[in-house]
Design a protein around this ligand. Structure first.
Ligand code: PLP
Length: 395
């Protein structure tokens, strides 16, 4: 494959990526870098991975033609139903893959960071499945906001460690997880939940999530007589569901890519997570990428109504795609996402996750032609967001 838009052998996507890490993490990251490709590309790994994706996660996820939505927006809209996966989102694809990777590296203990708790639950789930010790770092504020996910992780056998430093949210939980990994790298694998972090994490997560686009490629011919769409659409927090959705089409320029980032209360409101519109080049969580920072390099606190999208950075792959104009990035605000969520619910009978609703929000901003085939990644289901939907006043 022509790798114009994918990672190069030094761990960079164009100018973005790499591994900017403290000396104490060097051996952990270096070891992972040296073994991951061989393990993940091994045919027995792939067999075991795909058997679990099928029998445990419920893949392949359907590609659903959204008839009423298509009529309304004047194009052919398909939804890739990641919401139907076990645990309700695409995140399980990554955690299944990484737990198999950890086992092959002879690790017996798993750590993870979580914000809203979705990645924590997906990690605790695969640890129960494989009898691995599991510690999840979570900001104390986030634990209070997401009690149900905390209970789920505990029921699954994980230890949820409350982080009380900093703002007591995702960034602080990540720092704590890194501190743990430094001291325990002999027996511990750190499962990062998105296409972020030092190389090789973005590439590991993108490869594991690429099952999404492999399936789209296999499912489209029966419905449209060709294996590529005109547009792929996904929301971006760190970028993992988007990376999975576009992976097989990165170098196929017939396929246009639209990414939806969270504009929160508006791109210029001071309360958003619109990293591509507002971000500048810097280093966050070990990768060089675009991030929201002050003039003197302090990371700005992001905001979005959707807990899965309020990350102040973006994966290095996506920064590169944006910088080279391979993708178009649209900022969708809270109100637009809520409208899109209610619209999908009323028109197709599917309550989407708030994150996924940002991807659907692009139809209010972008014109398509009647023959355009548009595949949207419906990254997750909306059960976890019911409280927010109810509070929004049930348009
Ligand atoms: C976590 C999450 C996201 C955002 O994460 P990405 O890594 O950008 O995919 C999007 N949708 C859902 C349903 C999520 O749970």
């Amino acid at each position: 494959m022509n790798k114009q838009f994918n990672i190069n052998k030094n761990g960079y996507y164009g100018e973005f990526g790499g591994a900017y890490i403290p000396e104490i993490l060097h051996s952990s990251v270096e070891n992972l870098k040296n073994v991951y490709l061989q393990i993940v590309e091994d045919s027995r790994f792939q067999e075991e991975f795909h058997a679990l994706l099928r029998d445990y996660a419920g893949r392949p996820s359907p590609l659903f033609f959204a008839n009423r939505l298509s009529r309304k927006y004047g194009c052919r809209i398909y939804l890739k139903r990641e919401d139907l996966n076990h645990t309700g989102a695409h995140k399980i694809n990554n955690t299944i893959g990484q737990i198999l990777l950890a086992r092959r590296m002879n690790k017996t203990r798993i750590i993870a960071e979580t914000g809203a708790g979705q990645h924590g639950v997906a990690t605790a789930t695969v640890c129960a499945l494989t009898d691995m010790e599991c510690v999840v770092y979570m900001g104390k504020i986030d634990m209070e906001r997401q009690k149900l996910n905390v209970r789920k992780m505990e029921m699954l056998g994980a230890k949820v460690f409350p982080v009380t430093s900093g703002n007591m949210t995702l960034k602080d939980a990540t720092n704590e997880a890194i501190r743990d990994w430094c001291c325990n790298h002999d027996n511990t694998h750190y499962i990062i939940g998105s296409t972020v972090g030092p190389h090789p994490y973005p590439d590991i997560v993108a490869r594991l999530q690429s099952v999404i686009s492999k399936e789209i490629k296999a499912q489209l011919p029966e419905k449209e007589g060709r294996d590529y769409p005109d547009y792929l659409v996904a929301c971006v927090g760190g970028g993992s569901n988007a990376a999975g959705t576009i992976y097989e089409y990165l170098d196929d320029l017939r396929v246009k890519i639209i990414l939806a980032e969270a504009a929160g209360k508006g791109v210029d409101s001071g309360e958003s997570a619109a990293t591509v519109q507002l971000g500048t080049v810097g280093v966050i969580h070990g990768a060089k990428t675009l991030l929201m920072q002050t003039a003197d390099g302090q990371i700005e606190e992001p905001y979005s109504i959707s807990a899965g999208l309020d990350y102040p950075g973006i994966g290095p792959m996506h920064a590169h795609l944006a910088k080279t104009s391979r993708c178009e990035v649209l900022a969708i605000d809270d109100a637009e996402a809520l409208d899109a969520a209610f619209e999908l619910t009323r028109m197709e009978g599917i309550i989407p996750a708030l994150e996924s609703a940002h991807a659907l929000g692009i139809f209010g901003k972008k014109q398509f032609k009647p023959e355009d085939v548009v595949v949207v990644c419906l990254s997750g289901r909306g059960d976890k967001d019911m409280e927010t939907y109810i509070k929004s006043g049930m348009r």
